[in-house]
Design a binder for this molecule. Structure first.
Ligand code: APR
Length: 233
């Protein structure tokens, strides 16, 4: 196997690094109403609450370290003879901290700030405030550089092109409940890619994958990477 591998990751790959998922038993959406902290309307209603939510998530993410699953994907990129394109729904920086380089954050990143007035993005302060002036237009319109519900994810054209040339599509640690990411497996299947789900338990879309392996990401991801690098897949 030497063809392009496209990988999609979700919150489950960072769970064993101590970062919460969204829809599991103690997930973030069981503690916060996503309409309050993950929509433009919620931000307009109460920007301070939203900034507090993301400042807390940034602090947690900065204190977390990559786990064996993040490390395995970095090892795959470094040793695989073909292209490895990693699309993450996560806003933490654990893939980059593990050494992955070809990473696209389709839902944005806690590490950067976004200007609500001119669209400029820059490295976020650890504690971000809406009053922080934009370095480019100076407007006090700072917001998290996170794609909220109802907003357009980053890089969709690049992702579709990657899925069109993929030999293998792997989905790791995502519930398959949020679109457009949940439809990537259908796009990959259409172009003849081999599809794999690596997850703690079957996601909503598990039956759409040609191959599934269930268990903690720190166990199933390194094993799958070793199989790929041994040419077994
Ligand atoms: N190893 C592997 N998978 C795990 C682990 C683990 N240790 N722990 C949890 N999971 C799996 C769960 O079984 C679940 O299928 O990770 C998935 C997490 O699902 P969600 O909490 O829905 O997270 P995610 O799929 O990333 O959410 C997608 O929704 O709220 C939005 O923007 C947010 O990017 C997020 C998107």
């Amino acid at each position: 196997m030497t063809g392009t591998i496209v990988i999609l990751t979700g919150a489950g790959i960072s769970a064993e690094s101590g970062l919460g998922t969204f829809r599991d038993v103690d997930g973030l959406w069981t503690k916060y109403d996503l309409n309050d902290v993950a929509t433009p309307e919620g931000f307009a209603r109460n920007p301070e609450l939203v900034m507090e939510f993301y400042n807390a998530r940034r602090a947690n993410a900065l204190a977390a370290t990559p786990n064996a699953a993040h490390d395995a994907l970095a090892k795959l990129e470094a040793n695989y003879s073909g292209e490895v394109f990693l699309v993450t729904q996560n806003v933490d920086g654990l893939h980059e901290a593990a050494g992955s380089r070809n990473v696209l954050h389709m839902h944005g990143a806690l590490a950067s700030a976004l200007c609500g007035a001119c669209g400029h993005r820059w490295p976020a302060n650890d504690i971000m405030a809406t009053s922080d002036p934009c370095p480019r237009c100076k407007a006090p319109a700072t917001r998290p550089d996170v794609v909220w519900f109802g907003e357009v994810p980053y890089g969709m054209h690049v992702i579709s092109e990657a899925l069109a040339r993929a030999e293998t599509f792997v989905s790791i640690g995502t519930s398959g409940e949020v679109y457009p990411a949940a439809n990537f497996v259908a796009e990959a299947t259409q172009t003849g890619a081999h599809t794999v789900e690596l997850n703690l338990d079957p996601s909503a879309g598990a039956s759409r994958f040609a191959e599934t392996r269930f268990g903690p990401a720190t166990e199933v991801v390194p094993r799958w990477v070793d199989d790929v690098l041994a040419g077994a897949k």
